[in-house]
Ligand binder design. Structure first.
Ligand code: NAD
Length: 497
């Protein structure tokens, strides 16, 4: 019998009866593994009310006590990392080692948040004017809503939740309905770590739940990660409702390979970043820009490597797993067909790749297109699957202009041994995260993660210093303790003397 997945509100599983639910599949077999309750507005209201009620107590809990909870959560998450990874593989399909890598990157944000006492220190000026001191305090916002995508069911929530909680906020998380289990494991671990009931809540569901969170009077901030059209909608709707919003959107990440690059390193990187997690990563490389004359040689090296990739059940010894749903697999396969029709050269057809898995799984092997043009849909659209497009450029400047004319600006990489070219690329590329001989430049947790242009709406990136800034608001306090000899009335505008 399929499992039943429900909300986590006020420190425990919800006991109500949901009117609507969704199916959660095992992508490697195609079997329906669970049904997940979808929250209606009243259920979202319960979660927000629980977070709102828990907020003042948590806000007023000393930093020393908050940090104890974070350290304990870190210990428990490290201990249970394999269980979380297994839950991710079972519902998302990515191979176990990749799922474990995702948990590890999330854990690093928890470690960053453990240093919150240092990060919340405000400035203090003594004697700004005679007997006047000024200091700032960073206070939590209240209830933070976090809405996350299917492709990183543990890591993306962990980009926001530990920082929000460390800063003294309470949280309502709405994870993807496609792979909801990891979020509930996180909820259990928070409870075991000693986080008071209500500080972290999970509601499952779809647009109904999201819409309620975006405009709820008691929600102070919205952190969203997902596709660009929804990110734009979330940003506009929640901003209009007066929330502080950061909405991270989709991507089309380019990897530029200059003629002087180590082509073996570049080919390895293109395959890893193009097909890891079946291309379902916001930092995946989907467009490779080969600066001539190396395109033929590079395409040959990539083709050779793709032939060796094992595609199969992520619980077994595979390099690449299935896609998340049958519908998504079909959509991506449709792009392969569209690329052929548009006249791109199909070098490797992923529809023919051998599969080590159940026939009902949502399989599609790695596809490589060459001689792709910028007017083709396989280039223009975010495919979010194992399809790598090679574009050929005549020069560095042409390659840079191509990257900069793309409406997305999440991540990019350049492969070269020329420091001057790398430096020029770093300066002039209009993208939020840049790798130099690094294909997936996800910043470490003490920097911040975020793209430019259509890849992020709002002005705060995730985690790192931006995360702390996003989840707090600053008060500047000006204090005067008058010396007993001083006094008198002065109706003039206060001047600093
Ligand atoms: P999605 O936009 O379909 O869903 C994201 C979240 O929004 C989910 O929780 C979903 O339930 C909710 N949602 C879906 N439709 C909605 C609607 N009409 N109204 C309100 N809420 C809605 O994205 P996805 O398919 O889960 O994830 C893949 C996308 O996320 C890709 O575009 C990928 O690039 C992007 N992504 C971006 C980053 C980043 O850091 N920029 C990171 C991971 C994923």
């Amino acid at each position: 019998m399929a499992a039943h997945i429900t909300h986590w509100i006020n420190g425990k599983s919800w006991t109500g009866t949901a009117e609507r639910s969704g199916e959660v599949s095992d992508p490697a077999t195609g079997a329906v593994a669970a049904s997940v309750d979808f929250a209606d507005e009243a259920t979202v209201d319960q979660a927000v009310a629980s977070a709102r009620a828990a907020f003042p107590g948590w806000r007023d809990t000393s930093l020393a006590k908050r940090v104890n909870v974070l350290f304990e959560f870190r210990r428990l998450l490290a201990e249970r990392a394999q269980d979380v990874a297994a839950a991710i593989t079972a519902e998302h399909g990515k191979v176990l080692s990749d799922a474990a890598g995702e948990v590890q990157r999330g854990l690093e944000v928890v470690e960053f948040a453990c240093g919150i006492p240092h990060l919340l220190k405000g400035g203090h000026t003594r004697g700004a004017a005679t007997n006047v001191d000024v200091h700032e305090v960073h206070q939590p916002l209240g209830v933070a809503a976090v809405i996350s995508p299917f492709n990183f069911p543990a890591m993306v929530p962990l980009w926001f939740v530990p920082v929000a909680i460390a800063c003294g906020n309470s949280v309502v998380l709405k994870p993807s309905e496609k792979d909801p289990s990891a979020s509930l494991l996180l909820a259990e671990l928070w409870a075991q770590a000693g986080l008071p009931a209500g500080v972290f809540n999970v509601v499952h569901g779809d647009k109904v739940a999201v819409d309620r969170l975006l405009t709820h009077d008691d929600v102070a901030s919205v952190s969203f990660v997902g596709s660009t059209p929804i990110a734009r909608y979330v940003y506009e709707t929640a901003s209009a409702a007066g929330k502080r919003v950061q909405a991270l959107g989709g991507a089309k990440n380019h990897m530029v390979v200059l003629p002087d690059a180590d082509l073996n390193l570049a080919a390895d990187a293109a395959v890893n970043a193009g097909f890891g997690s079946a291309g379902e990563r916001c930092m995946a490389i989907s467009a490779l820009v080969a600066v001539e004359p190396i395109a033929d040689e590079l395409v040959a090296k990539i083709t050779e490597r793709i032939a060796g990739l094992k595609v199969g059940d992520g619980r077994r010894n595979a390099d690449m797993g299935p896609l998340v749903t049958a519908a998504h697999r079909d959509k991506v396969a449709g792009y392969v067909e569209a690329g052929v029709s548009a006249g791109a050269e199909l070098v490797v057809d992923g529809r023919k790749h051998p599969i080590d898995g159940e026939p009902g799984g949502f399989w599609l092997g790695p596809t490589l297109f060459d001689k792709v043009r910028t007017d083709m849909s396989i280039y223009r659209d975010e495919i979010f699957g194992p399809v790598l497009s090679v574009l050929r450029a005549g020069s560095f400047d042409e390659a840079l202009a191509l990257v900069n004319s793309n409406p997305y600006g999440n991540g990019t990489a350049i492969f070269t041994n020329d420091g001057g070219a790398a430096r020029k690329f770093e300066d002039e590329v209009e993208v939020g995260m840049v790798g130099i001989n690094v294909p997936i430049p996800v910043p470490v947790s003490y920097y911040s993660f975020g793209g430019w242009k259509n890849s992020l709406f709002g002005d705060s990136h995730a985690y790192g210093p931006d995360g702390v800034h996003f989840f707090t608001r600053t008060k500047a306090v000006t204090t005067r303790w008058v010396d007993p000899s001083h006094g008198g009335i002065d109706l003039g505008f206060p001047r600093n003397s």
